[in-house]
Design a binder for this molecule. Structure first.
Ligand code: ACO
Length: 326
């Protein structure tokens, strides 16, 4: 069976930065509250006219360039997103057109903040079964367009951006060693966007009721996120016969610093094993893991043979891990 190896990474975040101080001018909040509760200091916000597919295409081009792979060599594009350009067609199809990946088939995956790991799993399986040789996996989001800027409980948490990896079918020991995916739909109402889909189609009353905006019960999400992120990481270790000290780099979904520190503590991870950059991007949902991965990769922090563990949790609820030998 072929392995799916990550041969290039890329990321793109919009230019505009919204700091906590900026937010103090718009809503009743403080930099101190946001930093102490979440670790977030600033986030990037997409410009008017800038679309999720634009962010995704920029991240994809950077990953292709690093990999030395042409867009025409890509067989498959999977985008993990909950803020695609349109309900349909898939943002992956728009990316395919933008980057000129003429031979690729393309689809989106909706798994909220677990979207990138779910998308990675889908591409890995296509490679393992021999249907695909080269794939682009992208996490891309413009959360700023679905958060309620009048709700201080949620609007301080999120940011926009995209990250991408190029996967190549290879023989040998390097590549994705395992993926584990889980869902529990009984939690859907703790974190969701009520409108405007087929259940609550667009109406003026729906807009007044603020249905198109993200709703979250933060305390409940926090508790389940810590538990599931811990359990799915332990599942990956046990499946691969590894101990926590074998992990060179733990890249969790960048939800907020308190969640990540709680998970790291439960797993007995050392600080230097854990990568956190939520301070500068906020929670970019499906984009957070590939943005973080690209940052550490370009900083030269990952060596060939290193074991890198991705750990994700999001709306649905969904949660997932992927273990990679670099
Ligand atoms: N500025 C100032 N005060 C605020 C703000 C704000 N931005 N937001 C809420 N508050 C107030 C509340 O109104 C409340 O005031 P009250 O006691 O007078 O009612 C007080 O702060 C405490 O509110 P809590 O909700 O108890 O605050 P908590 O310490 O739980 O922190 C937070 C809230 C940060 C949302 C936390 O619950 C959390 O991190 N949850 C996880 C949510 C998350 O990360 N979701 C992302 C999607 S899922 C994922 O990515 C894993």
């Amino acid at each position: 069976m072929k392995r799916a190896r990550i041969v290039g990474t890329g990321a793109y975040v919009p230019e505009a930065v919204l700091t906590n101080r900026d937010l103090e001018q718009r809503i009743e909040t403080t930099d101190e509250w946001i930093v102490s509760r979440t670790g977030i200091r600033e986030r990037h916000i997409a410009a008017e006219g800038e679309h999720t597919s634009d962010l995704a295409a920029r991240a994809a081009r950077a990953a292709l360039e690093m990999a030395g792979v042409g867009a025409e060599d890509i067989d498959l594009i999977v985008v993990g997103t909950i803020t695609g350009d349109f309900p349909w067609p898939a943002t992956a199809c728009l990316v395919q057109e933008k980057i000129g990946a003429k031979r690729a088939f393309a689809f989106d995956v909706s798994a909220a903040c677990s979207g990138f790991v779910y998308a990675l799993d889908a591409a890995v399986k296509q490679i393992q079964c021999g249907a695909v040789r080269k794939a682009l996996v992208i996490g891309a989001e413009i959360l700023s367009r679905i958060v309620d800027w009048e709700d201080r409980n949620t609007c301080v948490l999120f940011g926009d951006g995209a990250g991408a990896v190029v996967l190549s079918a290879e023989e040998g020991e390097h590549g994705v060693l395992s993926t584990h995916l889980h869902s529990d739909g009984s939690y859907w109402e703790l974190l969701y966007q009520a409108g405007f889909g087929a259940r609550n189609p667009a109406t003026a009353q729906g807009l007044d009721a603020r249905l198109p905006y993200l709703k979250m019960q933060g305390n409940e999400v926090f508790k389940v996120a810590v538990r599931m992120l811990t359990e799915v990481a332990q599942e990956a270790l046990a499946h691969n016969g590894l101990q926590v000290e074998d992990i060179d780099l733990f890249i969790p979904h960048q939800a907020n610093r308190r969640i990540l520190e709680a998970v790291a503590k439960r797993l007995h991870l050392r600080d230097e094993q854990v990568f956190i950059n939520v301070d500068f991007y906020g929670n970019t949902s499906g984009a957070s893991i590939p943005i973080a991965l690209d940052e550490v990769n370009r900083a030269g922090r990952i060596k060939a043979g290193d074991l890198v563990l991705f750990d994700a949790f999001g709306g649905g609820f969904t949660w997932a891990s992927a273990l990679v030998r670099w």
